[in-house]
Write a protein that binds this ligand. Structure first.
Ligand code: F0G
Length: 482
């Protein structure tokens, strides 16, 4: 809806909110951007935010709050136990998902921790449409194995398939026949599938997954962290739901699943997380882990102020104007880059625009981390901080073997309600410049490689002198411009 046709006939997204609090930004000169990249070991997680112009690392915990959220924070009820704030959040979750039990956790991975502690045993197999890093780390740590049963077309980078996050139920049937349902503690479906480009599942597919799981007595767990985008895509891409309200679609999604967990750093424009279920037995199986790892049952490690903000933020998630802004900016980025010949994941997904480093830097082998190299190069070219989502984000096998990622992506996240269209257009422009100069960019090699979640804090260095060449070309092309 907030997309208008201009006099020229072109259509552009239009922000349906105005900015009432601002934060000043700095755009460092290109030489300083290179210095910052070098200091951060070519890992954008290690950049200091003061050196960043547009922070497109993630949408996690950095979405803009509304006036209503800020106002609600003042009403927070400070109590260790039985806070009224907790019950307001629980009621909102019940309204959104139709499930009565809520276990709070300080963020999404804490919910994953509880879910894995409660259900994953050594030798277990946990199927999913696609893994997410933190969830997989928990499964593996507990001796389980993650199996991705994404429909193969989900991995096609360039596609017109509207639901690339769909799950292959025939493959699940085959897995159950081979391994037995008792080895499968649950199946995990991720809304707005993060690591393959924020791609949604269809509600029809989710219902099919639910029926298959339940036929075999297997629980279905929904990761609803990126649900807002998936709701938008079901409404706009799945004909059957074109006239359904966002609230009704959310309830239908929730009805398929036994357990839903979420990162409220994404869903609900706040910072927190939790698990909901309608099943008292499941609730009790997980409940003990909340006071053990998170905090008492009525706050779970979250601040009451954030909980109030999340309650209002979940309400805003049901407002189409509020949830369409992100996907429409992303669509604008993807379509503009695609039209300019820059390889990007299509169709546009949620979360951010995903640049395909495998094609962008087809001269760099996966062993030299093309997505990480492109990510650093984008920062040097623009001051825009993206995130590597490729081989660097994988974990080596226990024997040290490197796992080459299915895709080598740089994610330029679009935190909700944060950037203006001119900032997005600047990011697009600098990526286009870099594409025109892509042969300059070379690979990276480890300087310091941690064993666990290495992408968060590992350090790399460029192979060769491409970083200096890139700065020289920037100066030659842009003169004194930042
Ligand atoms: N599930 C999904 C689909 C996620 O995208 C994330 C986080 C989590 C779970 C974990 O939640 O961060 O609150 O602990 N994704 C962030 C990102 C880190 O940048 O994509 P968390």
């Amino acid at each position: 809806m907030p997309k208008v046709t201009y006099f020229s006939g072109e259509t552009f997204p239009l922000e349906m909110h105005k900015v009432r609090i601002i934060q000043k930004l700095t755009l460092l000169p290109v030489e300083e951007r290179l210095r910052a990249v070098e200091e951060s070991g070519y890992n954008t997680f290690l950049l200091q935010n003061k050196d960043v112009f547009l922070d497109m690392l993630t949408d996690s915990g950095v979405n803009a709050m509304s006036d209503r959220q800020q106002a609600a924070m003042l009403l927070a009820d400070d109590a260790y136990a039985g806070s009224a704030t907790f019950y307001r959040l629980q009621d909102k979750l019940t309204e959104l998902f139709g499930k009565k039990y809520f276990l709070p956790a300080h963020q999404g991975r804490a919910a994953e921790h509880i879910l894995c502690k409660a259900y994953v045993k050594p030798g277990d197999i946990v199927p999913c449409n696609y893994h997410f890093t933190t969830w997989k780390a928990h499964v593996v740590e507990l001796g389980g194995r993650v199996v991705e049963l994404l429909k193969p077309e989900g991995l096609e980078v360039t596609s017109t398939n509207p639901f690339k996050g769909n799950f292959d139920t025939a493959a699940l049937e085959a897995l159950v026949a081979k391994e037995g349902a008792d080895k499968i503690p649950y199946v995990r479906m991720e809304a707005g599938t993060n690591l393959i480009g924020g791609q949604p599942f269809s509600l029809a597919n989710l219902k099919e997954v639910s029926a298959t799981c339940h036929k075999h007595g297997i629980k279905l767990v929904l990761d609803a962290s990126l649900l807002a985008d998936n709701l938008h895509f079901i409404k706009t891409r799945e004909a059957e739901y074109a006239d359904a309200s966002i609230a009704d679609i959310a309830l239908e999604i929730a009805a398929t699943s036994d357990i839903i967990y979420f990162s409220a750093r994404k869903l609900g424009f706040g910072r927190g997380g939790g698990i909901v279920t309608d099943d008292e037995e499941l609730y009790k199986q997980m409940r003990g882990f909340v006071p053990m790892y998170e905090g008492f049952l009525t706050y779970g490690g979250m601040s009451v102020r954030e909980m109030e903000a999340i309650t209002v933020g979940l309400d805003e998630t049901l407002d189409e104007d509020m949830i369409t802004q992100g996907p429409q900016f992303i669509e604008h980025m993807v379509k503009t880059l695609d039209a300019a010949g820059v390889p990007v994941i299509t169709p546009p997904g949620g979360l951010g625009a995903h640049v395909d480093a495998m094609r962008f830097l087809d001269h760099i082998p996966q062993s030299q981390y093309p997505a990480a190299a492109l990510n650093s190069a984008i920062f040097i070219a623009s001051g825009v901080r993206g995130m590597e989502r490729g081989t660097m984000s994988e974990q080596r096998e226990p024997d040290g073997t490197e796992i080459a990622a299915d895709m080598e992506l740089v994610r330029l996240a679009v935190p909700r309600r944060v950037f203006t269209l001119s900032q997005v257009n600047y990011a697009i422009d600098r990526v286009m410049w870099l594409h025109a100069n892509r042969r300059i960019v070379g690979g990276l090699t480890w300087v310091e490689e941690p064993e666990i979640l290495r992408f968060f804090y590992g350090r790399l260095a460029p192979i060769g002198d491409w970083h200096h060449e890139l700065v020289a070309k920037f100066r030659a092309d842009f003169g004194d411009s930042l």
